[in-house]
Design a protein around this ligand. Structure first.
Ligand SMILES: [Zn+2]
Ligand SMILES: [Zn+2]
Length: 94
């Protein structure tokens, strides 16, 4: 799938402690490496992303390495990780 990183979102983290923990909690998954094609770095953060295709402009959390969390433009990622809503009202602060 294709996603794009949302830059400049230094949004304070949620009650989960970090956005990566937020992602782990609501995806039920554990990220071991950056899912961007050809990357595989392990310094992961919970990045704010949007789907690059279609009309869905909601914000999601997705694990990306530090370098890709700084990137702009569309990223091709493997489908092995789930997108988790970044909306606290729908997740941890429900
Ligand atoms: Zn949370
Ligand atoms: Zn990466």
């Amino acid at each position: 799938m294709k996603i794009k990183n949302i830059n400049g979102t230094s949004q304070t983290t949620c009650v989960c402690g970090s956005w990566l923990k937020h992602w782990e909690k609501f995806s039920g998954q554990t990220a071991t490496y950056c899912p961007v094609t050809g990357c595989l770095k392990k310094d992961l953060v919970g990045a704010h992303v949007q789907k690059a295709n279609g009309s869905d402009d909601k914000w999601y959390i997705y694990p990306l390495c530090n370098a890709h969390n700084q990137s702009t433009g569309v990223l091709e990622v493997s489908d092995s990780y789930k997108l988790v809503s970044a909306n606290k009202k729908e997740t941890c602060e429900k």
